[in-house]
Every structure is written in structure tokens, then in C-alpha cells.
Design a protein around this ligand. Structure first.
Ligand code: NAD
Ligand code: DAU
Length: 353
């Protein structure tokens, strides 16, 4: 079996669902169920004996040791993190705790467990660290996309905490020989995405007739990847990636934020027309994010060349699936918009949004 951390979040949840849909190997899923963790995402596998959900914190060394000793996984896929840049600006403490300390604790627990393995089991073991393109900093309009050799230049507390975790993972390979792989991925979108991030926030607000907040001039660029493609890439790296290597994962889909918001509005207008007119009328330019990175773009040639992975979705097909999913799942959306969610929206955008 494999141990997944953060498997009740957006990408981890999609990963667990896809994994169990495609193979019989069980998953132990360790998640602290922060505001971003949601057991409803895992409803489809709630009574599946191949899915063992454990409510716990990656910073709890004793708990992690006990899980490893009990379940004896052949791999750890580490998603658990604080993941929202804006929240890291309001309060970096949790990012330092979970992303840096938590990863350190997990690495130490993994190392102790790995040292108990022998022969083929020891050789085959993997610690897969899921990271982000934000560690590389910001690109100018005409810069080449990020390769795996790009210098680390993180700019937000979130990015800095992920960069620190990447460095820990690298050091555990070089110093202790722990067989790690790291993937640095661009912006994901798709089902079960918490509506604090740009695409789900735009969908949810547009359906409710609320303002669609666009930071600054709306011309910041992100490289969008459908979450199912990211999960497929992780499975590929887990199977065939070389220990100690890093692989960049991206969708070859650079878009400005304004483009994204207009596209989401157009899909919603097409699939669920609004009697009041096109939803793009709701676009509202708001104060920029402090330290806002201008452009991210991933050069995903290494994983294509060495491991044969390429994204299956185009942006058009992926965004259509995503909008359709949100239209078909109003219950999931309603349930994540709890009091805590409203508190965040009021803090970040003011009560009018
Ligand atoms: P998310 O915020 O949706 O989910 C994070 C999950 O981790 C939640 O279920 C939460 O409960 C859990 N968690 C948080 N702290 C924990 C702790 N101390 N112990 C155990 N569980 C804890 O995040 P996501 O968007 O699914 O991102 C998953 C991973 O992928 C993160 O490491 C993130 O940095 C990385 N990543 C995300 C994106 C993206 O576009 N969302 C892109 C590249 C990389
Ligand atoms: O690049 C990978 C990263 O992508 C991941 O590591 C992070 O975990 C993930 O949250 C995401 O970070 P971003 O900051 O790029 O995503 P977000 O959806 O928050 O913002 C996308 C862009 O849209 C960014 O330029 C800021 C802008 N934005 C965002 C929000 C929430 C707006 O203009 N308005 C908004 O209300």
C-alpha cells in the first residue's frame, strides 16, 4: 500500500479517487482536516476497504511512526501543506509549521522506517514530495519557462516554505540516501477545488451574481494544468522517476488571469445563461496581492522525454469539465462555504464581495 498525506484536499483528494479507480493497491490517507480538508471529497470511497482515512497531523511524529509501522507502505506521497498564497501573507506561521516542520518530521519518520526495510523493499521505497513552480520566483514576459535547473527565488511566505521543504527533501537524499523524488507543478484546476483560489472562486461568485475580484491589472500569467493530468504525472514519477531527481509538471497553458476569468464567464453563460446578461459584467479590479509574482511558466520537457508523460486535457476541455462539475455539485460547494469560509472572504475582499 501507499501512504498519502493531505489526501482530503484538492489535489490529494483527486489523487486518492483516481488511484482507487485505477488499481487495487490500498491507500492510507493521513490528513489533519484543516479548513482545506474535506471528507465529502472522499465520499465515493468512504466505505471502500482499500481506503484507510486517518485524521492526524504530519507534525505528530509518534502518530506517523505508528502508521508506518502498522501499514508498512511501499511509498509516501506527500501533499499535505498550507497552500494558499494570500493566507500565507495574512499569517505565515501555519505555513512554516506544516510545510517546513511537517515535511522535516515526515522525512525523519520515513528515514527511520526505510532503515528497517531490506533488499528489494528498501530499494523500491519512494518518498514523493509534491511541490510547486512558485519556488522558482517570477518570470518576465520574454523569459524562458522554468526548467528543473532554474534558481530558487521564492517570493511569498508560501513559496518560501515550499522551497524550504524542497531543500529538506533534497538533503535527505544526499545525506541519508532516502529515495526521494520531487515534482514541481504549475497551477492546477478541476473538481473539488476550494473556492478561495481563482478559478473556483470565479465560478462560485459568478453563479451567485457576486463581484469577480481580479488583482491588479489582471495580466499576471499562470500555467494551468488539469488536476487529473497532475495526478497521472505523479503516478508516472512514482513508478519510473529516478531517486534524487526533480521533475517539473505543467500544462503548456499560459493564460492571464483576465483571460481565465473571461473564459469561465463564457462557459457559465453558455451552460447556464444569466437573464441579467454576460457574467463578465461582474469583473471587479481590486488591490493587488503584495509581492504578486508576474508570470509562471513550466518547461515540462524533462518528464515528457524521460518518463513519457504529457497532459491529456487541453485548457478548453479541462475548463469545460471543471465548470460542468461545479454546476453538477452545488451541494459540495454549499457545504465548504461554512462560517469559516465567509470569515476568510470578508477578511480578504471586504464584506461586499
Ligand atoms: P489544499 O490546501 O487543497 O489541501 C491541503 C490538504 O492538506 C488539506 O486536506 C489539509 O487538511 C491537509 N493538511 C494541512 N495541514 C496538514 C497537517 N499539518 N497534517 C496533515 N494534513 C494537513 O492543497 P492542494 O491545492 O491540494 O495542494 C496539495 C499540494 O500540492 C501542496 O503541497 C501544494 O503546495 C502543492 N501544489 C498545489 C498546486 C495547486 O495549484 N493547488 C500546484 C502545485 C503544487
Ligand atoms: O503555481 C502553483 C500554485 O498555484 C500552487 O503552489 C498554490 O498552492 C496554488 O494556490 C496556486 O497559487 P496561485 O497564487 O497562483 O493561485 P490563486 O488561485 O490564488 O491565484 C491565481 C492568480 O489569480 C494569481 O495571479 C492571483 C490571482 N487572483 C487570485 C484570487 C484568489 C485574483 O486575481 N483574484 C483572486 O480573487
Amino acid at each position: 500500500m501507499i501512504l498519502v498525506t493531505g489526501g482530503a484536499g484538492f489535489i490529494g483528494g483527486n489523487f486518492v479517487l483516481d488511484w482507487l479507480a485505477g488499481r487495487d493497491e490500498p491507500v492510507v490517507n493521513l490528513d489533519a482536516l484543516t479548513y482545506a480538508g474535506n471528507l465529502e471529497t472522499l465520499a465515493r470511497v468512504a466505505s471502500d476497504p482499500r481506503h484507510v482515512f486517518v485524521h492526524g497531523d504530519i507534525c505528530d511524529r509518534a502518530r506517523v511512526d505508528q502508521l508506518l509501522a502498522t501499514h508498512r507502505p511501499r511509498a509516501i506521497v506527500h501533499f499535505a501543506a498550507e497552500s494558499h498564497v494570500d493566507r500565507s501573507i495574512h499569517g505565515p506561521g501555519e505555513f512554516i509549521r506544516t510545510n517546513i516542520e511537517g515535511t522535516g518530521i515526515l522525512l525523519e519518520a520515513a528515514r527511520a522506517y526505510w532503515n528497517t526495510l531490506q533488499g528489494v523493499a528498501k530499494e523500491a521505497f519512494r518518498f514523493h514530495h509534491v511541490s510547486t513552480d512558485e519556488v522558482y520566483g517570477s518570470l518576465a514576459a520574454d523569459d524562458a519557462p522554468f526548467t528543473e535547473d532554474h534558481p530558487y527565488q521564492p517570493n511569498s511566505p508560501y513559496a518560501a516554505s515550499k522551497a524550504a521543504s524542497d531543500h529538506l527533501v533534497r538533503a535527505w537524499f544526499h545525506t541519508y540516501g532516502l529515495p526521494v523524488v520531487t515534482t514541481n507543478c504549475s497551477n492546477n484546476y478541476g473538481p473539488f477545488h476550494f473556492p478561495e483560489k481563482l478559478i473556483p472562486l470565479t465560478i462560485v461568485n459568478a453563479l451567485a451574481g457576486r463581484a469577480l475580484p481580479v488583482y491588479g491589472d489582471g495580466l499576471n500569467v499562470r500555467d494551468w494544468l488539469y488536476v487529473g493530468d497532475h495526478c497521472a504525472a505523479i503516478r508516472t514519477v512514482l513508478e519510473r522517476g529516478r531517486p534524487g531527481e526533480t521533475y517539473n509538471i505543467g500544462g503548456w497553458n499560459e493564460k492571464t488571469n483576465l483571460d481565465i476569468v473571461h473564459t469561465v464567464c463564457a462557459r457559465l453563460d453558455e451552460l447556464r445563461p444569466d437573464a441579467n446578461g454576460p457574467r463578465s459584467r461582474l469583473i471587479s479590479f481590486v488591490a493587488d496581492r503584495p509581492g504578486h509574482d508576474r508570470r509562471y511558466a513550466i518547461d515540462a520537457r524533462k518528464i515528457g522525454r524521460e518518463l513519457g508523460w504529457r497532459p491529456a486535457e487541453t485548457f478548453d476541455s479541462g475548463i469545460r469539465r471543471t465548470v460542468e462539475w461545479y454546476l453538477a455539485n452545488p451541494g459540495w460547494v454549499a457545504n465548504v462555504q461554512s462560517g469559516a469560509y465567509r470569515d476568510w472572504v470578508n477578511k480578504q475582499y471586504g464584506a461586499s464581495t
